[in-house]
Design a binder for this molecule. Sequence first.
Ligand code: SAH
Length: 252
Amino acid sequence: MIHFVGAGPGAKDLITLRGYRLLTQADVVIYAGSLVNPDLLQDTKEGCEIYNSAYMTLDEVLGVMEVSEEENQSVVRLHTGDPSLYGAIREQMDALREKKIPFDICPGVSSFSGAAAALEIEYTLPEVSQSLIITRAQGRTPVPQRESLTSFAVHQSTMVLFLSSSLAHKVREDLIRGGYDKQTPAAIVYKATWPEERKIVTTLDRLPFVMEEEEITKTALIIIGNILGDFYEKSKLYDPSFTTEYRKGIQK
Ligand code: SAH
């Protein structure tokens, strides 16, 4: 059996209880290189075979899974954050389905949640933004034209950019061209929840320059939006005059 497990954003204790149990019981662990906290691997059982997928191709990863399955071993494929985001698990799952190898998925805490906790922010604020766009700038991996940053800029929704720390100049240009005010707040969180975590709040205009000054080129998220600012409306749910299923509102 193959278990895809989300390792969480970095801090060792941000893996789920289920993921941790699977990890400690695994005969084989294939972990996603530099982004998974190596401390997690210390808790694998004695004799557990450990592979770093940073040095492997898809076929090599599948090869290890296939051999392990033939030997009736339990395999944990440990992905960073939550496997559903930029995890490249679809291609693994499709190959496993074809080979009739059973698998399941254990979700994880994504780095975008880790970054929000680090910044002490809420991505969705009444009257500011009620949506979160999770995307990336186009680098070596193409992004469909209809999902260009310029087109997303129209919505002015909160935006979290993965895999874009080396493309901050392009992010700035595209978002400003798409209609963002240069003074829109922007934040960078480097290695959220790791001991070496760093967080900076700046403006969209200053973003690439601040990142250069701080020498941040990888393992970071860029967060853009007015939710980083001071204005918002309080939630209706906790408004004294608002009646809900559980509480009758009081009219003043
Ligand atoms: N599945 C992962 C994302 C994998 S893509 C998740 O849910 O978080 C790898 C990218 O995620 C990195 O380039 C970086 O943009 C981001 N990332 C992963 N861990 C991070 C962390 N602890 N802090 C900031 N960004 C992180």
